[in-house]
Design a protein around this ligand. Structure first.
Ligand code: HEM
Length: 496
């Protein structure tokens, strides 16, 4: 299945060792700037790589204590810079100097995976902001799709294990309803694509980038080759999306043509994509529509599902907050059986709860940006060379005792009273900050709240083992636990 056998991979590794010296020479040349301190390391080439991955939070804490909040490490063959609490916001302010997309594209070159030129998917953010502008119109669609999925997948109660798989299906359906519309959002095969494509890419992308020890960027080249020439999840799911959307798009074009002014324009992202993918003869580029749909899926389903799954684990682990949340859900439900946008706004306890989930479940390091200008100078005088990747130490920001008290690891939704979950703050970066803050955050938080609301109305949730649910960790990543969640029926739709 893989393009290179392990032997071939090591072979490339061996041959490329020669190139290391070119890398080392580059490293020495960079020393003329007033850069943040490079933490000393014992082994050339390997640098801090293994020490860092052995215990990411511990190693970052140690570096912070010894070198302050701005330092560089030598990881996977390149110098990378880490910034903490006091200065990170300068990255977001200097948005002409630092680029989020360039850094993201180093690990997930989506344009190349889909054989598109650089920046092909730039309009995505504009489409998204315009489309989700008036979110209230989707409240009932989202609620209705969540209820249908809960009925199908959990019914009168069961254990879900690992929970993320089921939760991805719950989250995927309302997203599919707003992206591909009513005609397609119940299609099982397409829903499976929505729910699983991002997670399926994980193993393809999580190979340690050892080739970068040879030459910076070699791992990226290897990944691109693999995606281009082998059957991979993107190719298989792209085929499914195209097969499903083609007849629906053709039918929409026929209807629009035949019905003229009495045609009711479908209110979904796919319609926006159809209209922006037409040539001068009105032919729709279906490949473009499919590729943008895939990018929407990459941005939305996995993050939102992980947040809901982590929310359910936090609910089980912190029983002292359960009564308030259930009372709030019951009260809102008794005011209006069908959820309204106003009802979602009234879920204040739940909003604080969701914000606390987002605070405590971030990766240790995130929001990586690439320096795209020369002569970048921070207010403390440190300079960053062009091409350098700079990471934000999210852990130090989200666990800052000045903001979150002497025990910042403790789950406490009351930190966020009067501060909506969608609002980026100096010590809350779950959705980034500034111009490029996540444009899907309003939809994501609404969806998580609606799903939690429906779950609280129907079920008592417990850990299947009866034990505290520990978060899973891999390097600096916090992942959803595989421990089972028990859903016991509280009320069902015939017993409201
Ligand atoms: C809880 C769920 C979510 C989390 C935690 C999350 C988090 C983030 C973060 C941290 C960024 C980078 C921001 C920056 O660099 O400053 C981002 C960008 C983005 N997110 Fe989200 N996101 C979520 C849900 C969604 C959803 C549901 C959508 C789509 C409907 C979406 C679409 C995007 C897009 C398109 C970008 C790129 C923005 C740009 O290129 O400027 N996200 N998200």
């Amino acid at each position: 299945m893989t393009m290179f056998s392990e032997f071939e991979y090591l072979h490339i590794f061996g041959l490329g060792l020669i190139v290391i010296f070119i890398g080392l020479r580059g490293l020495l040349q960079q020393k003329s700037l007033n850069e943040p301190p490079l933490v000393p390391y014992k082994y050339p080439i390997i640098g801090h790589t293994f020490e860092y991955y052995k215990d990411v939070p511990g190693f970052l804490k140690k570096c912070h204590e010894e070198y302050g909040e701005f330092f560089s490490l030598y990881i996977w063959g390149s110098v990378q810079t880490y910034v903490g609490n006091e200065l990170y916001h300068e990255i977001f302010k200097k948005n002409q100097d630092f680029d989020f997309h360039e850094a993201f594209s180093d690990v997930f070159p989506v344009d190349t995976f889909l054989n598109r030129p650089d920046n092909f998917f730039k309009p995505l953010v504009t489409y998204l902001k315009e489309f989700y502008n008036n979110l209230g119109r989707f409240t009932q669609t989202v609620e209705c799709e969540i209820v249908k999925t809960l009925d199908e997948l959990i019914g009168d109660g069961k254990v879900i294990q690992p929970p993320l798989k089921t939760i991805q299906q719950i989250i995927a359906r309302p997203i599919a309803a707003t992206i591909v519309g009513k005609e397609l959002c119940n299609d099982k095969e397409l829903l499976n694509t929505f729910a699983t494509i991002t997670a399926e890419l994980g193993p393809w992308l999580s190979i340690p980038p050892v080739l970068n020890f040879i030459y910076k960027g070699l791992h990226r080249k290897y990944i691109i080759l693999k995606f281009r020439y082998l059957n991979n999840p993107i190719k298989a799911h792209r085929k499914i999306i195209i097969a499903k959307i083609t007849p629906v798009i053709n039918q929409r074009l026929i209807d629009q043509n035949e019905l003229g002014n009495s045609w009711k324009r479908p209110d979904d992202v796919m319609q926006v994509l159809i209209e922006t993918s037409k040539d001068h003869e009105n032919n729709v580029d279906i490949g473009r529509v499919a590729d943008f749909i895939m990018c929407f899926i990459f941005g939305s389903v996995h993050n939102t599902s992980a947040t809901l799954a982590q929310g359910l684990c936090a609910y089980v682990n912190n029983p002292e907050y359960q009564k308030d949340l259930i009372d709030e859900a019951d009260r809102i439900h008794s005011e209006n059986e069908k959820l309204t946008f106003d009802g979602v706004h009234k879920m204040e306890k739940l909003d604080n709860f969701v914000k606390e989930i987002l605070r405590l479940n971030r990766h240790d390091v995130s929001l990586s940006h690439k320096a795209i200008s020369t002569n970048i100078v921070f207010s403390n005088g440190y300079q960053i060379p062009k091409g350098r990747i700079i990471h934000v130490i999210t852990r130090h920001i989200h666990y800052d005792p000045k903001t979150y008290g002497p025990n910042p690891e403790k789950f406490n939704p009351n930190h966020h009273i009067n501060s909506p979950a969608t609002r980026p703050e100096r010590n809350f970066l779950a959705f980034g900050m500034g111009k490029q803050a996540c444009p899907g955050r309003f939809f994501a938080v609404n969806e998580v709240k609606i799903a939690m609301h429906q779950i609280l109305l129907r079920y008592n949730i417990k850990s299947a083992s009866g034990k505290y649910i520990e978060q899973k960790r891999k390097g600096g990543f916090g992942l959803v636990s595989d421990d089972g969640l028990l859903f016991e029926i509280r009320k069902n739709k015939n017993n409201k």
